[in-house]
Write a protein that binds this ligand. Sequence first.
Ligand SMILES: [Cu+2]
Length: 116
Amino acid sequence: MKTAFIALVLLAAVIAPKSAVTDSAPRRIEIHARRFSFQPAEVTLKKGDTVTLALTSDDVAHSLLIDGLHVNGTMTKGHITEVTITPTTEGDFKGRCGRFCGAGHGSMTFVAHVVD
Ligand SMILES: [Cu+2]
């Protein structure tokens, strides 16, 4: 009986922290860059909620710059750059590619809508 109790306590100690981490893990959004767009090109985030942007490229090197949200992440093929943010202000925040990637570079735009 005592052994069973100790086993239960040990089991709880092992399981509890893991489930706590899972519950509070930030939402993750994967964003791909490819000449000459982002996919998705638009995301909706909730004010006060922490979110991880997982950035990668399907071709050449790009980057995602969102000035209003302090996002500046490189996007390269075969690699994921994680940027974790917690938006504190509602609004539409414009993003763009920060690395020259060819003729359509200027048309690589992005929008993050932050809602309450
Ligand atoms: Cu570019």
